[in-house]
Design a protein around this ligand. Structure first.
Ligand SMILES: [Zn+2]
Length: 456
């Protein structure tokens, strides 16, 4: 599992990063949401360090990972919260949580302090209403934008979730005699399931484990664990393969739907991949970056963003960070269980109060660069700490025995049965004809970069 988290250089902060031995100077840990690629290393044995997250994520953190209550610090969305950055009460940061429009409990974090302003999106699907959040409306200069670049490919377009939902409804409607399985991760796309339940007036069948999560989220009562009670069933994505499709179709005509933005291609006539995405499309990322005009941009996955995106930056240089003495001391000290616990319990009570954002302190501003920085190396902040390289977002859903889904974003054909026959089309619309074993298949608009690598 790749790690989609970061330690924020020159600060005692980390987001979605839980490998304590790799970040000895980190004292405050933030969890953007409960997808498993953001919780790698976080277990029930977590201790001595506070975790800040939304209320919903806190609920799921207790339920799913059994993290001890004393380390979980839920924060309200939309309010500025002050947290200590040292042991002597001198230096503080302000953090504001913003709904990330991704999955239940998912938030973005806006950090303000001696380091300037850092916006960490976590996984998010951009919507213009985000820019109307008071904390982003106040003309704050974002010094560093950590951006969810899952779908950051200018050659790929993605429909809105509304359009993708419509596509899913159309597929189900055109198969009136079929049961439907929907391939999902353990968390996310609950609103899609609710909409399908209402549209087709059916129970949604789920596993006991998923039901536990749904109950904790207090969603409307359309879910059941009774086998055969509903026409639609939510399953893990990895369950959809040729063996299960065969099994399900023996019992009842069944089609499978994979709502995902990953460029999967289905080789099974009854498995439909629909580009329903909880991550921003490239166009949405462009809109977001163009509106925020951050001084620098750090992709959360990998190290590079397309030049067309970094070209939107205003071409300023980020000011140099001076880490205050008391913060440096704080980062060098190992937390003591007792002291850390009581200090943060105290803060937890203070968090109900409203605080005004602090003006950045201890910062030296440099004059802007004369030319805009367009190359990737210039636009991306170098990470000062060693971190695990993020690979692809998730493991491919295709199962090894009976692979019917192929991830076109991988560097080369994942299966030796695939042979590229020909490519055709124009710059905007193009397709790829391939053999998959004995089956010939046409893939519309595959990701261009992958294709070039495939042909090599
Ligand atoms: Zn996620």
């Amino acid at each position: 599992m790749s790690i989609n988290g970061k330690v924020l250089p020159h600060t005692p902060l980390a987001v979605d990063f839980w490998q304590v031995r790799k970040c000895p100077g980190t004292r405050l840990f933030f969890l953007s949401h409960m997808h498993s690629d953001h919780t790698v290393g976080l277990t029930s044995t977590w201790s001595n360090r506070p975790i800040y997250c939304s209320q919903t994520t806190a609920t799921l953190l207790r339920l799913k990972l059994q993290v001890k209550e004393q380390w979980i610090h839920p924060l309200e969305l939309g309010e500025p919260h002050q947290l200590p950055l040292d042991d002597i009460g001198k230096e503080r940061l302000t953090v504001t949580l913003i709904d990330a429009n991704h999955c239940p409990g998912a938030v973005m974090f806006l950090f303000e302090g001696y380091f300037g302003s850092i916006l960490y999106t976590g996984d998010f699907r951009y919507t213009p209403s985000m820019l109307r959040e008071p904390c982003l409306r106040t003309n704050t200069t974002i010094d560093v934008l950590y951006l969810d670049n899952t779908n950051c490919d200018p050659n790929r377009t993605l429909p809105s979730r509304q359009r993708a939902t419509q596509q899913i409804k159309d597929i189900i409607r055109s198969h009136p005699n079929h049961n439907v399985v929907i391939g999902l991760y353990a968390l996310g796309k609950e609103s899609l399931l609710l909409e399908l339940a209402m549209e087709f007036k059916t129970w949604i069948e789920v596993s006991f484990e998923r039901m536990e999560t749904l109950k904790a989220l207090e969603l409307p009562d359309v879910f059941t664990t009774d086998t055969g009670a509903g026409r639609i069933r939510a399953v893990e994505q990895s369950q959809i393969c040729s063996a299960t499709m065969q099994q399900w179709n023996k019992e009842q005509p069944t089609l499978a739907i994979m709502p995902t933005s990953r460029p999967l291609v289905s080789f099974h006539s009854k498995v439909h991949v629909v580009p329903y995405s909880d991550h921003s499309s490239y166009q949405e990322l462009e809109d977001f970056v163009a509106a925020l005009k951050p001084t620098s941009l750090v992709p959360i996955i990998g190290n590079c963003v397309p030049e067309s995106l970094s070209a939107l930056l205003p071409g300023k240089r980020r000011h140099e960070i001076l880490v205050p003495e008391s913060v440096r001391h704080y980062m060098l000290n190992q937390p003591e269980s007792q002291r850390s616990s009581s200090a943060h319990t105290r803060l937890h009570h203070q968090q109900r109060q409203h605080f005004l954002p602090l003006a950045p302190k201890g910062v030296i501003f440099e004059s802007p660069l004369s030319k805009s920085r367009k190359s990737c190396e210039e636009a991306c902040e170098p990470e000062s700490l060693e971190q695990d390289a993020s690979e692809e977002q998730m493991d491919t859903a295709s199962s090894e025995n009976g692979s019917i889904l192929i991830d076109m974003s991988k560097n080369r054909p994942p299966d030796k049965n695939i042979k590229v026959l020909e490519t055709c089309g124009t710059l905007l619309e193009w397709s790829l004809k391939i053999w998959y074993g004995q089956t010939q298949c046409v893939v519309a608009n595959p990701p261009r970069t992958s294709l070039l690598q495939w042909r090599l």
